[in-house]
Design a protein around this ligand. Structure first.
Ligand code: TXA
Ligand code: MG
Length: 347
């Protein structure tokens, strides 16, 4: 299949977006930018189109998809039991990087939700994402537009690397603002549960919902055979080819630990570090500063691009400086410890 590459640079945007809408309506697959990461879209009401997503990504069949809409008012077409707190939450954070899991209405095919009786729904804020969904005129099921197991794409070039020749179109809208996937919160079974941390923070969710539990899979390895609340959380996502060791805790101790390990290392080793501390790691084979230590959003923005850049090198081991698990830092922490297969060093 030939994949159409369309750059949204103002010269031909409307035509490209209309074309994308037509492809989606007709059962095709289109990758498009959102404020979090690039999504791989298909008509959520068309079971065959949705099956195409699983094929193109090589995605396990038991991992459900998020349905994307453009208005809060559409939510009740696809989900039921929307209570007052859910409404309040969505008034605050939609459109934006927040996905809610609710009871699924039968109009959403079971294949979208991997057979669960719930559905995950998100209303993105990125203007290109919104324009594409509107042009399609149907709700859009969209996982991140990477091959299953690779870091999520935050640039059109990442989508191209993974999916060129496997999908109909890639809309290139530049780099994603947030860089990690949306916060996923389940509101389907009484008490709210955070299933995946993102840019809408746990603290913000608690501010509106009161008590919010955190799913174990955010912090710990789960048995792949066990039934988990967010099936996607059990896979070793975000995984670069090299082994990753997440280094947590005290700054000075972390820098000293990595320095020591680099000196002792006889394999090609990389460091994922904070801006300005590169000088400590002259013994590394590849150093990637990924943002400002005091600005977790800047770390989120560059994390997946950095992991992909390591894949272009021959480093076999990566020491990753990992922020503390609060605010947006929890999302970065979670992606790094997952990339590390939960192998962490706490100092
Ligand atoms: O930011 C995002 O959410 C991006 C953009 C494209 O919108 N999408 C995304 O989709 O990250 P994906 O498929 O890569 O991740 C969806 C996550 C998975 O962990 C999945 O298991 C969980 O949401 N999920 C989806 N439907 C669910 C459901 N009904 N119940 C529980 N978890 C669900
Ligand atoms: Mg994904």
């Amino acid at each position: 299949m030939e994949t159409i590459l369309a750059k949204l640079d103002g010269s031909n945007d409307e035509a490209y977006i209309n074309k994308a809408g037509e492809i989606l309506r007709n059962g095709g697959l289109v990758a498009f930018p959102t404020e979090t990461v690039y999504g791989l879209g298909a008509n959520a009401l068309d079971e065959t189109a949705v099956e195409g997503i699983f094929k193109a990504k090589g995605r396990p069949q038991d991992n459900p998809l998020i349905v994307h809409i453009t208005e809060f008012g559409e939510l009740s077409k696809y989900a039921c039991d929307i209570d007052g707190k859910t409404k309040l939450l969505l008034e605050h954070y939609w459109p934006g990087p927040l996905t809610v899991v609710l009871k699924r209405k039968p109009v959403i095919p079971a294949a979208v939700s991997a057979g669960l009786d719930t559905v995950a729904i998100r209303c993105p804020s990125n203007p290109y994402a919104r324009a594409v969904i509107k042009a399609a005129g149907v709700p859009i099921a969209a996982p991140s537009a990477n091959s299953s197991g690779r870091p999520s794409p935050t640039k059109a070039s990442h989508v191209y690397e993974d999916l060129n020749g496997k999908i109909d179109m890639i809309l290139d809208g530049g780099s994603c603002d947030i860089g990690v996937e949306s916060t996923v919160v389940s509101l389907a079974f009484g008490s709210p549960v955070l299933l995946r941390p993102g840019a809408v923070t746990l603290e913000q969710l608690k501010g509106i919902l009161g008590e919010v539990e955190t799913d174990k899979a955010i912090f710990e390895k789960t048995d792949p055979k066990r039934k988990v609340s967010a099936p996607g959380m059990k896979y070793r996502h975000y995984a670069p080819k090299a082994k990753v060791i997440a280094v947590l805790g005290d700054d000075d101790k972390s820098v000293a630990y990595i320095k020591d390990k680099l000196c002792a290392s006889d394999i090609s080793t990389g460091v994922l570090c904070y801006n300005g501390e590169e000088k400590n790691y002259t013994a590394a084979d590849k150093i990637i500063p990924y943002g400002d230590e005091n600005n977790a959003l800047s770390l989120a923005q560059n994390l997946f691009d950095a992991l992909r850049t390591f894949d272009e090198t021959d480093v076999k081991l990566i020491y990753a400086r990992c922020p503390s698990a609060d605010g947006v830092g929890l999302a970065v922490f979670n992606r790094i410890i997952k990339a590390a297969g939960f192998e962490t060093v706490s100092l």
